[in-house]
Ligand binder design. Structure first.
Ligand SMILES: O=C(O)CCC(=O)C(=O)O
Ligand SMILES: [Fe+2]
Length: 207
């Protein structure tokens, strides 16, 4: 049994194919959401987050992005196993219906302190095109207008803002959707990752 019915997945996949993005509210089950929030709290308390970098060389440039991240490892972060299962189901669905050849994923917990942002960018780095789908779940309890930290999506038809509401997920095509995180006025939390296409035998070169 999957997390969602085939019909439900099809509806989301259609939206993603047609619009390059899909927003899904109340994505995680109550139990899973609670587990993710608890894990976030623990990691943050343990001070496991480090300043995020940009590009493939790991440069830290605070004028571009100001968030802190904790990279998840399915072997280490076993409390997140159910979430990884859900990601695997997502990958299976996208491979079946969108003819993608996704083989792997990478996720981190992200924390934007008050006053931080992430300037306009694409999630596919030059010279490293294995990020196919960006996948974010927001974890901001009680977010209200004025807290900032909206995700701005740039589209030819018109730009728009996505509120980083608790348990809202967004998936978008990493190569096609420029986006930015507006300055946040409150601590802003998310579980953010990418579904990857890794050409066989090249992974070790990319690190
Ligand atoms: O948290 C978000 O809304 C987007 C984060 C982002 O663009 C990234 O980490 O590449
Ligand atoms: Fe991004």
């Amino acid at each position: 049994m999957g997390f969602f019915s085939e019909e439900q997945w099809l509806q989301w996949v259609d939206e993603l194919s047609d619009n390059d993005y899909v927003i899904i509210d109340d994505f995680l089950s109550e139990t899973l959401l609670e587990r993710v929030l608890t894990y976030f709290r623990e990691k943050k308390t343990d001070d496991d987050f480090t300043k995020a970098s940009i590009g493939t060389e790991g440069k830290i440039v605070s004028e571009i992005r100001g968030d802190y991240t904790y990279w998840l490892d399915s072997k280490v972060d076993q409390e997140m196993n159910d979430f990884f299962e859900l990601v695997s189901e997502t990958i299976g669905v996208l491979n079946r219906y969108c003819y993608l050849s996704l083989t792997d994923f990478e996720f981190h917990l992200a924390y934007y302190p008050p006053g931080s942002f992430y300037h306009r960018h694409l999630d596919q780095f030059q010279g490293r095109s294995n990020r196919m789908i960006s996948f974010i779940i927001y974890l901001n309890e009680g977010w209200v207008e004025g807290d900032g930290g909206e995700l701005k999506i740039f589209k030819e038809e018109g730009d728009f803002l996505v509120k980083p509401l608790l348990n809202r997920a967004i998936l978008f095509k990493s190569a096609d959707v420029p986006h930015e995180v507006l300055t946040t006025r409150k601590g802003r939390k998310s579980l953010t990752g990418w579904l990857l296409y890794q050409p066989a035998g090249l992974g070790y070169l990319l690190g």
